[in-house]
Design a protein around this ligand. Structure first.
Ligand SMILES: Nc1nc2c(ncn2[C@@H]2O[C@H](COP(=O)(O)OP(=O)(O)OP(=O)(O)O)[C@@H](O)[C@H]2O)c(=O)[nH]1
Ligand SMILES: [K+]
Ligand SMILES: [Mg+2]
Length: 441
């Protein structure tokens, strides 16, 4: 694609101060500019210790310099890395000096990755995977993002596209044959069986979107029940910190309070909600409205029932998968356990919390059972795959249609697949995807 004439620089490593800070420079002017600051450049891809000087020749720092000549670099352009002492003033002075030269400027967010994409170093799916990898906090998020960043998911999409190319070539051949009135039926059967198989695989990937989303964005769990059921206390106990206000006053929680949990590498998004009851208090009414909105959006509702209040508490029928849990078991030791409850917990004593964690883990696992983690985790992919699947269906169903039209449907399907990896038609998408990055990536 387009070769860039300008050179960019930015801090590529994390927050300052730090032991080491890495400044990345990319573009045709990289080597010339950096050599003005460090003198002779080291051999490609070998670290060299250098004194780094400002534009006016003053001492700035002593650090490592690495050069990566195009195209063997992250961006595909000439690149340099400066490994400096990670002080704020050191880094600022280095960036100021770099940007002080002609033809070089500070990079915008995601600009290095964008260049890598434009130079064919990564496709869009890999770029998204890299963004996810940088923001991954749990082990499963890291593994999912890894599959995407290292090209495994792209390979799946590319394989489908190649299969379509092959099938279309076979069809072309058949079209030529048919001019001669000689259509080998067996070839035709093979082709459509392959397309059918391909459609199954695409549909399976679409079906895996929710699993991918759950791993990437978290499994949504809502805490629900009557006022004072112990919802906020349980959230605090699970989070092991004071997230939500707990008081003996029924109707304490109004806004939805959220926190994230990491259970065995899976991300959970836990939402504490207002106690559900009839009320004239307009603030509480709004809280309850928000509670239902959260409940209706949850992957799992934990319906808490205060065991010490039995039998006042009746199970509520939520329209979502629900786990009924008895609370305050420390107060209720002499009560008959409610049959509606799967098990009991006490936020005060910690009883049942481990059981609850295991049940949450079971739930997330049953929602994310996939053979491989090379699955879509973004709606963008699923939308394209759905369109591709629809074209495949049209091609398969249209056995009464002229072959040319069925071949055209196959072509449209492969266009949709190409759009996922960004091989065509991406301009409008790019801004959105690269803006997810921080500066320096
Ligand atoms: N003994 C005991 N008390 C508990 C337990 N869990 C909660 N409580 C008490 O029950 C009262 C209500 O607890 P909350 O956590 O505020 O209940 P909630 O369901 O969030 O209440 P609302 O937000 O008002 O709907 C507080 O006084 C808590 O200290 C428990 O496991 N054991
Ligand atoms: K309360
Ligand atoms: Mg509460």
């Amino acid at each position: 694609m387009t070769a860039r004439s300008d050179t960019i620089c930015a801090l590529a490593s994390g927050g300052l101060p730090a032991g080491v800070a890495v400044i990345r420079v990319s573009g045709p002017g990289s080597f010339e500019v950096v050599s003005k600051m460090v003198g002779s450049l080291p051999e490609p891809r070998l670290a060299g210790l250098r004194t780094i000087r400002t534009t006016s020749g003053e001492f700035l720092d002593r650090g490592l310099v690495l050069i990566f000549p195009a195209p063997n670099s992250f961006t595909g352009e000439d690149c340099v890395e400066l490994h400096l002492h990670g002080g704020r003033a050191v880094v600022n002075a280095a960036l100021r000096s770099l940007a002080g030269f002609n033809g070089i400027r500070l990079a915008e967010a995601g600009e290095f990755s964008r260049r890598a994409f434009e130079n064919g170093k990564m496709d869009l799916v890999e770029v998204e995977g890299l963004a996810d990898l940088l923001s991954a906090e749990t082990e499963m998020q890291r593994r999912l993002a890894g599959e995407q960043a290292n090209g495994h998911l792209s390979a799946v999409y590319d394989e489908w596209r190649e299969k379509l190319v092959f099938v279309r070539a076979m069809l072309e051949a058949e079209l030529d044959f048919s001019d001669e009135g000689d259509i080998p039926g067996s070839v035709s059967d093979r082709i459509w069986a392959d397309v059918e198989d391909l459609k199954l695989q695409v549909d399976r990937a679409i079906g895996n979107l929710r699993a991918g989303e759950i791993i990437r964005d978290g499994f949504k769990v809502a805490l629900a029940g009557l006022p004072n059921a112990g919802k906020s206390s349980l959230m605090n106990a699970l989070a092991q910190r004071d997230v939500a206000i707990v008081t003996p006053v029924a109707g304490t929680t109004r806004d939805v309070v959220r926190c994230e949990l990491d259970i065995d590498g899976y991300k959970f998004e836990l939402s504490d909600t207002a106690g559900l009851r009839d009320t004239d208090d307009v603030v509480e009414q709004e809280g309850i409205r928000r509670a239902f909105r959260t409940i209706n959006d949850a992957d799992l509702v934990l319906h808490l029932i205060d065991l010490s209040e039995q039998p006042k508490a009746q199970p509520i029928d939520f329209d979502r998968p629900t786990l009924c849990i008895g609370t305050k078991s420390d107060l209720a030791s002499n009560l008959v356990p409610s049959s509606a409850c799967a098990f009991h917990v006490s936020s005060a004593s910690g009883e049942g919390l481990e059981t609850l964690r295991l049940r949450l883990l079971d739930a997330v696992r049953s929602h994310t059972q996939v053979e491989s983690l090379a699955i879509p985790s973004r709606l963008r992919h699923a939308e394209r795959l759905r369109l591709a699947s629809r074209h495949l269906a049209s091609a398969l169903e249209g056995s009464f249609l002229p072959l040319e039209i069925r071949a055209e449907e196959l072509r449209l399907a492969s266009v949709e697949l190409a759009r996922v990896t960004g091989r065509i038609d991406t301009e409008t998408l790019l801004g959105k995807i690269f803006s997810e990055f921080c500066v320096g990536k």
